[in-house]
Design a protein around this ligand. Structure first.
Ligand code: WTA
Length: 635
């Protein structure tokens, strides 16, 4: 018997050791006993980080939707698979059983086929958190198409970039979306994106807000009439283990977003196995991950991980503050939620409102609390522990990345003793290493360095769509034979890891990864701007916020600064989305540069952190005089 569910610390260490000593035997046992295969693999693992190339379960045949849906039909057909909780609490919740999910997914799969979508085609999904989103994702997997979900908060430009990059011929969207008390014109954003990105032939539109929208003849179609006509049976396409399952974009520190490519079998095994253990999932638990399906957390822990385990997974359309800050707790109480998984930024926003919004809500069903996406500060950790978990539900501070597919460093609840702000121990099969600047591994405890992973795990991304060289350069070039995460970490006296944050030019704002270069590019397009530099600074709720230093061209010098600030933020909103707006914009006479012309962000970062007392030696700068001016006018 494989160790599918780890129950105590000794067992963790024993299983962990096995997963490191005999990774192939270990993962073969897990794969063999807990999943449905049309054909078993020829080899468990082939890998070479220098190329880089990783293949898990090569030669195996399967369809992930048979694992997520069909195999549950006999034993769990009437059990709720997806529990849809609408934005408006007066609209009834909608429990979708495994049987119903099967029929919806098959219908959607048949609609996609009728529209000409074939195995290997990319399908762009730009939908709010409504059931059609889950159906579409799984329908793609059913027919072997590659889904590319774009978070529905991204702008038309950002959407266009992603459509063009993976060459989607079809977009699935809705007439609009609800977000708290607001509605958003999603279809309008798609229309605008498709004026920039020209290759899309078909747009299917789900009805959500019943707004008047324009439908372009020969391109746009309402989804519902097509679904009504479609058959509720669709044989799954039999896929190779290493066939692409999805592309999901993440910010790069420079240039275009990176389309991380995930493949089928390894991703499935790892998403399902982590779900089971990291959340101590037991049959009939009700699981709630509040992330958006537009992020990796939603892919792995709203859809694939829970459904592979036959779980009930909540899909929440709304926001924590609508109609009041009690919303999360109303949902926990209403559905007797057992595991609740959210981001530190949401916890901080709720903590700021006090505890009144929790009072009167029965949270006694909660047995595991999770956080993900950014470091959690000690205060927020304790607030969550005291007020939500009542010191009884362990907190799993889970670290992972879009590139990783599933949770990598985390406590196992009721197994690993927790420690605030520490993601604690590597999950089974994960071999972390801390590296120094010279590329040497730092051994022992009470050390810090750059976080790398030494050995492949099943759900590692296989490439960047259309740019394998960039994949190699970004993740496998800095340290020999290692995957480099881009994060810094420390290891304490007992071997627990604490993630300290990014060591590159990516800034995490409210849990969203933002590259500084694309934001600077957007600002620099403003006709009055000569150049700009973005750094992060600490923010009570968002974790980090963005601070922009902007130098104007001579022609822009007389302009009103407040108007310019508005225009700059509007340009960022148009290019990327409102999540990338700057909190502070300081106009500067110049930006500090090295003699070779590189902007010295280190200095700008210190000034933004209000720590300009110790800037080090600035006399070697090309233009040291500008620093004084920047300090004097700092915001
Ligand atoms: C950060 C999100 C500290 C980290 C699943 C990583 C975290 C980036 C944690 C990936 C955590 C994620 N503690 N930092 N528990 N989880 N991060 O790709 O910097 O959106 O590299 O995936 O988020 O963000 P991504």
């Amino acid at each position: 018997m494989s160790n599918y569910h780890i129950k105590h610390l000794e067992e963790y260490y024993q299983v962990y050791r096995k997963s490191v000593r005999e990774p192939e035997n270990f993962w073969e046992e897990i794969a063999e006993e807990h999943f449905l295969w049309r054909k078993k693999w020829d080899t468990v693992l082939e890998w070479d980080f220098t190329k880089p190339e990783v293949k898990w379960f090569k030669g195996a045949k399967l369809n992930i939707t048979e694992n997520c849906i069909d195999r549950h039909l006999l034993t769990r057909g009437d059990k709720t698979a997806i529990l849809f909780e609408p934005n408006n609490p007066d609209e009834p919740s909608n429990p979708i059983t495994y049987k119903e999910l099967h029929s919806h997914v098959c219908k959607m799969a048949n609609v996609l086929k009728d529209q000409g979508v074939k195995k290997g085609d990319r399908v762009c999904v730009y939908l709010p958190m409504i059931p059609e989103l889950v159906y579409t994702v799984l329908a793609c997997a059913r027919i072997g198409a590659v889904h590319s979900v774009v978070f529905a908060g991204f702008s038309a430009n950002a959407l266009a970039t992603r459509i063009t990059d993976c060459d989607s011929k079809i977009v699935i969207t809705s007439d609009g979306s609800y977000r708290g008390s607001k509605t958003i014109d999603l279809k309008g954003i798609v229309d605008e994106a498709l004026r920039i990105s020209k290759g899309v032939e078909t747009v299917l539109v789900a009805k959500r807000i019943s707004s008047e929208i324009e439908m372009l003849q020969n391109r746009d179609q309402w989804l519902q009439p097509l679904l009504d006509k479609a058959s509720a049976q669709c044989e799954p396409e039999i896929m190779d283990a290493e066939d692409p399952l999805f592309i999901l974009y993440t910010s790069g520190s420079t240039g275009q977003p990176k389309g991380m490519l995930h493949t089928t079998a390894g991703y499935m095994v790892y998403a399902a196995y982590t779900f089971k253990n990291v959340f101590n999932y037991i049959e009939n638990d009700v699981f709630w991950c509040s992330a958006d399906v537009g992020w990796i957390t939603g892919h792995s822990y709203i859809i694939y991980g829970p459904l592979c385990n036959g779980a009930t997974s909540i899909l929440f359309e709304g926001v924590p503050s609508h109609p009041s800050y009690s919303r999360f707790w109303e949902i926990v109480e209403k559905h007797r939620v057992n595991q609740f998984y959210t981001a530190p930024t949401a916890i901080r926003a709720l903590a700021k409102e006090g505890v009144g919004h929790i009072e009167g809500h029965d949270l006694s069903s909660l047995k595991v609390l999770g956080t993900v996406g950014e470091p959690i500060n000690e205060e927020a950790w304790h607030w969550y522990d005291d007020n939500i978990g009542k010191n009884k539900a362990p907190i799993v501070d889970t670290w992972f990345q879009t590139e990783n597919g599933g949770i990598m460093i985390t406590p196992i609840p009721y197994v690993t003793p927790t420690k605030p702000t520490y993601a604690t121990l590597p999950f089974i099969g994960i071999q972390p290493a801390l590296m120094d600047e010279n590329g040497k591994e730092i051994e022992g405890n009470q050390v810090s360095g750059r976080l790398c992973i030494k050995f492949p795990w099943p759900s590692i991304a296989r490439s960047i769509w259309g740019n394998h060289q960039r994949y190699k350069d970004t993740y496998f070039s800095e340290f020999k034979n290692m995957y480099f995460t881009g994060d810094g970490a420390l290891r304490d006296e007992v071997g627990y890891y604490r993630i300290t944050g990014r060591v590159d030019d990516i800034i995490i704002v409210s849990g969203h990864n933002l590259g500084t270069a694309p934001i600077e590019d957007a600002i620099n397009e403003h006709p009055a701007v000569a150049e700009s530099a973005i750094v992060g600074f600490p923010h009570d709720i968002k974790g980090n916020a963005l601070y922009g230093y902007v130098t104007l061209k001579e022609t822009g010098e007389g302009r009103n600064h407040d108007n310019l600030r508005k225009e700059i933020n509007q340009m960022i909103t148009d290019q990327i989305g409102p999540i990338a707006k700057l909190d502070k914009i300081q106009f500067t006479k110049g930006l500090p540069k090295t003699r070779s012309g590189k902007i010295m962000r280190r200095i700008l970062r210190k000034i933004a952190h209000k720590d300009s007392s110790n800037l080090g030696d600035i006399s070697t700068l090309l233009n040291p005089e500008c620093v004084e001016d920047i300090i004097e006018n700092a915001l």
